[in-house]
Every structure is written in C-alpha cells, then in structure tokens.
Design a protein around this ligand. Structure first.
Ligand code: SF4
Length: 255
C-alpha cells in the first residue's frame, strides 16, 4: 500500500487526473478550476469524448458495423447537451466531426484487443478524510505480469506519464494491487508510451496530491492566489484574458 502524506483538515477536495495535471502545470489555473471557473467546451474535446465512447463500445461489443448509427446513439445517450456549447447547431455542422470520428475509428480498429478485460473503468479512493481521488481508465487489459491500464489519446501523445501514474495510484489505493503496466496510445499518430509503475513513482504522486490538498485547504480557502506558470496550456485557461504571464506564453507559442 502507498502511504498518503498527512494533510491539514478542511473541506472536501475532489481531485481528478485533469485537476492534478493542471496543478502541476499552473497552480493558479488549478485554483480557478477548483473554485468553479472552467475553460469553454471545445469541438476537439467533444470529438475526443465521442471517440472514447466508440472505442469502449468496440472493445466491449465487437466491431461497429454502422458507425453513423452508433455516433447518433452515443450523442443521444448523454452528449446532446454539449452540441450547442461547441457550436454544432445543425446536422450539416456535425459532418466534419463525423468525418474525424470515422478516420479515428478506422485507425482504432487496427489495434489488437488481446487480453481485454473492461472499458471505461471508474477508479476512486479516499486516502485521507475528505480527499477524494477519482478517474476513469479507458481500458484495462490482462497481461502476464498483471493488469495494464491504457489511456487512448485522440490527438498527439504529448506527455502523458503523470496522468498514467495518477490512475496507477488511485487503482493501487482502491484495489491494494499495483498495476503491472500503464500505457498511453495515440490513435491519431500511433505513438505509445509504456511504463512499469513502482511504489516510488506512486509515492511521489501521492506527495504532489497532498501538496495540492494543503494548498486548497490553506491558501485557496482563505482567498489567496497561487503562482502562475505560463506555457502552452494557457490557451485553454479561463483566466487567460486577465493574465499577463498567460498572454505572454500564448504569444511565444504562436511564433
Ligand atoms: S493564463 Fe497561464 S499563467 Fe495565467 S493563470 Fe492561466 S495557466 Fe496560469
């Protein structure tokens, strides 16, 4: 079992993988999200969510024969409300997204599904009172040395290790068993990152999360702000308009 450091008492703090990654990138953006300020929904994020539903359907029920029908069903079963928010108001405006989904699914179906156990597996743990860690693992596979937790990316692979280790930690805290491996795979580019998590890796993540909780229960709870660290992530920050560090970072990244 991975020890989770002591944290000061206070209000419940819910931490998803996104919140963890945001805190690592820019603590001030994490504060904004923690206090309910989120970036607007985007078409790539909508397409990504829909693609993940199709991947889960394929893994659980076999190849999808009528992709158009499957897309309509998935939109109808919970994604309808996001259409307007991402600027899709008419069926013709959905076509571009459907084209992208078809291309992604064509690539996805070439990945072998050997050892598949389950898709979209929720993970949750409360290692200290009021500290709720939660996430959803895209797919779990059985391998010789234990389970493999896999995350699908619908864009470039990026730098997914911290996200993977977050899932590995929550999995371990919940099930008292270290996953054999974690892996991120870009369906778009075919890039892959595989890692064998160690207890030292997961203790480090637990330390980062405890720091997040300490910050939320001390600085943020008393109206304080955090440091601002500019980078490519500023583009999607809800504070961008009024943040000089963020505007400078966006300008540099556009060069
Ligand atoms: S715009 Fe960038 S630097 Fe400013 S708060 Fe947001 S993420 Fe941080």
């Amino acid at each position: 079992v991975i020890p989770f450091p002591e944290v000061p008492p206070g209000e419940a703090v819910r931490i998803s993988a996104t919140m963890y990654l945001t805190f690592r990138q820019c603590p001030e953006q994490a504060r904004a999200r923690y206090q309910g300020q989120y970036p607007p929904d985007s078409k790539p994020s909508f397409v990504g969510a829909l693609a993940h539903r199709l991947f889960a359907r394929h893994l659980s029920a076999g190849p999808i024969e009528d992709l158009g029908q499957a897309i309509r069903e998935e939109i109808g079963s919970g994604l309808n409300a996001r259409l307007g928010a991402v600027g899709i108001h008419r069926p013709s405006q959905l076509e571009e997204a459907v084209g992208r989904l078809r291309a992604l699914y064509d690539r996805f179906r070439r990945f072998p599904g050997d050892g598949f156990i389950a898709a979209e597996v929720p993970v949750e743990a409360e290692p200290r009172e009021g500290v709720l860690l939660m996430g959803k693992v895209d797919a779990v596979f059985s391998e010789e040395k234990g389970v493999l937790l896999r995350d699908w990316k619908t864009g470039p692979l990026g730098d997914p290790l911290h996200q993977l280790l977050f899932y590995a930690l929550v999995w371990t805290l919940q099930r008292r068993e270290l996953p054999g491996a974690v892996e991120a795979v870009s369906v778009q580019t075919g890039e892959r990152l595989r890692h064998l998590p160690t207890t030292r890796d997961l203790s480090r993540v637990a330390g980062d999360l405890a720091e997040l909780v300490r910050t939320a229960r001390t600085e943020w709870a008393t109206g304080g702000e955090s440091e601002r660290w500019g980078g490519p992530w500023c583009r999607y920050c809800p504070l961008l308009e009024d943040c000089k560090e963020g505007r400078a970072a966006v300008a540099v990244n556009q060069l």
